[in-house]
Design a binder for this molecule. Structure first.
Ligand code: F6R
Length: 241
């Protein structure tokens, strides 16, 4: 794992945006695996700025997101489709038909998961997968467990995750309890993985990811088995390293 420690969140966001932009510059048709949540918001702002300044062109880029809440439509303000539109896609020159987020309202969940994986395969996998990390070490919504799944699947969110995500909702009761998530296989097949984490609350998980024992109970530790991972963390998240 390549480790980059930045002074603060702002520097982390710039660094991550530069890494993404370099991938797009070297391959204008890049397939980007993207994440939602607090961690990538600054990076998306930087990418929007770069796009407006003509420094990076998204017209031929395709994106595949990691996850979506069950029961929220794409126009629900807390859905991950809405998040992506608001925080990135609406502000850059991307063709939205080339942006994929699992459908949290799919009638046939099994079919939706199969199609999502087939799409990723058809695209040839992602060139880069951006990841945040949960306080409990989850990546995408692969929660700590005695076993992890490879393909896209339906998952139950843990209490920890529901609590952590309640900050985006009016009350904790509104946080969906289930989600569709890319599995470990989809993530590990990416040519490159970039993990970003900011703040002291992530320090334990970051330490376990980088130097802990590999365990399905710490899903991020699985990344130690990937050959091209860059971890970008600020000093607070790197505190225990
Ligand atoms: C989001 C995702 C999650 C988050 C993680 C960290 O698409 O897959 O794994 O990356 O929960 O969330 P934040 O960045 O809000 O701390």
């Amino acid at each position: 794992m390549k480790l980059i420690i930045t002074k603060n969140y702002e520097e982390l966001s710039k660094k991550a945006a530069d890494e993404m932009a370099d991938i797009i510059k070297s391959n204008p048709k890049a397939i980007l695996g993207l994440a939602t949540g607090g961690s990538p918001m600054g990076m998306y702002k930087e990418l929007i700025k770069m796009n407006k300044e003509g420094k990076v062109d998204f017209s031929n880029v395709t994106t595949v997101n990691l996850d979506e809440y069950i029961g929220l439509s794409g126009d629900h303000p807390q859905s991950y489709r809405y998040f992506m539109n608001e925080n990135l896609f609406n502000h850059i020159n991307i063709d939205k038909t080339n942006t994929y987020v699992p459908n949290g309202l799919a009638k046939n969940i099994e079919e939706e998961c199969k199609e999502y994986d087939a799409r990723i395969t058809e695209l040839g996998g992602t060139d880069v997968q951006l990841l945040g990390i949960g306080n409990n070490g989850h990546i995408a919504f692969n929660e700590p467990d005695n076993e992890l799944l490879s393909g896209t699947h339906l998952t139950k969110l843990t209490e920890d995750t529901i609590k952590a995500n309640a900050r985006f909702f009016e009350s904790i009761d509104e946080v969906p309890t289930q989600a569709l998530t890319m599995g470990l296989g989809g993530i590990m097949r990416s040519k490159k993985i970039i993990v970003i984490a900011s703040g002291e609350s992530k320090a334990e998980a970051v330490k376990a990811m980088v130097s802990g024992k590999i365990s399905t109970n710490m899903p991020a530790s699985m990344l130690q088995m990937h050959r091209n991972v860059t971890v970008i963390v600020d000093e607070a998240a790197a505190k225990l390293l």
